[in-house]
Design a protein around this ligand. Sequence first.
Ligand SMILES: [Zn+2]
Length: 559
Amino acid sequence: MRRLAVGFAVVLAGFAVWWLRPPERVAYVGGAVLTMDTQDRVVGGIAIEGERIAQVGTEAEIRAWAERVRARVVDLEGRAVLPGFVDAHSHFPGAGIDVVATDLNAPPIGKIQRIDEIIAALRAQAETKPAGEWIFGTGYDDSLLAERRHPTRTDLDAVSTRHPVGILHVSGHLAAVNSLGLERLGYSADTPDPEGGRIRRDASGAPDGVLEENAAEGVTRALAAPGPLDALRILRRATALYLAAGVTTAQNGFATGAQLRGLTWAGRLRLLPLRLVLWPGEADGDALIDGSFTPPRDDPWVRVGAVKLIADGSLQGYTGYLTQPYFVPPGDDPGYRGYPRIAREKLFAWVERLHRAGLQIAIHGNGDAAIDDILDALEHAQSVAPRPDARHVVVHAQTVREDQLDRMAALGVIPSFFVLHTWYWGDRHRERFLGPERAARISPTASAARRGIHFTLHADTPVVPMEPLRIVWSAVNRTTTSGATLGADQRIDVLRALRGVTIDAARQHFLEGDRGSLEAGKLADLVVLDRSPLDDPAGIDRLRVLETIVGGRSAYRAP
Ligand SMILES: [Zn+2]
């Protein structure tokens, strides 16, 4: 108990110190200021007064302002200033999960390449924990393991038979557990598959340890419920990682009830030096409708946004729901095309209820069959209860077709693309999951841009690290890890890509009036880069974040 109290005090003191430094009057001149305003103006200076932007303009204008109000002048010496990055979709603070779970990512993110390496890494964790406590790992990718398969119950029994072991697939949509883990989840040979999920089985019909979609939820839930001290350590680590990447508004795209309430209070009490947007998970949509949870109103530090539903799974986990079969099927069925996670009728009812309640809805949809269901449900809701500016979101929209983009434009639906898939999984989408044609048009940003759609771009962290500059680089270049270009005609220009992580991401969250661009009166959330992303589009992934400023206060400085 004493240890816990000391831990709390240390962590909270760390955040409090940041608040003790008052924001000041500062002028930045001598570099490119990318405003991301409606004209995409690039100007020579920016003036900050307290927590807000006083003025943007030419270097001479900003210098004159500084002289008039006696502001501190910072010479950028050729560096660039951009709006702080707005996270369109991730799972903050999941980036800090390695505080309690072993990182099982394969290169280029981590080091794991074989199942015996997974076992060894998890054994090290088991040695530090009392019997009976969960051993967690995250980020394993069956398609990058030498064995080309998921670890099974038998593999994970080699880690421990005295601890339940649960490891999460890199997609977050599947998990593998050991025998004790299956027991804890209550899964046996007699357990039927849950709706929208699968308990994979061996020849005898007994669970083999691999769990898909809704069947894997018990593991996700256990992982999302750390003790209070670990929760603070996770929060602290995730905050540091996001700020170092230039993110000033972080997002939780599927908050559990505890996360929703805890993070809302963290925001209200100003405990974190970055702003939050929270999307309640499907189970908590009702709490918003019946008023048992009251979201903060117009609080610049925390906003409760869309309710999140999950209509299908992940293409690299073979659970994304497609209209045409996977290119290389996972089993014996050449016609296999995944499955929905929410039955169509249920999705219709759910969407209509949330839409009628005036809520924004964000629906995860990767496969084009899932996207058909989503758009049908949204179109139905709009037809029975028209709402002109609902800004419903299709999260990922990975294999969205041209005809579906037409419908999105007509419905005002925002696709939020996980364009980094071209880098991390691009080669495998072409060779295994989707084949060359469909792979070339995953995350079709150019098609969306042609229709004037305000799409957003995200990293889905902790699925991949939070790196907005790599997101932008990926949308501009569409390079795969083997160096190929995946769908050259879907590349977009640098400013268009930047909009997806700044102003259009703010718009997706209904926050464009206050952030996302550098304009007088908006929040002084900005990021300083070593040079302008406009100078070398092919090298944007190598740009460095030098400083991150939130509400006029420096929240991160590169060492
Ligand atoms: Zn997500």
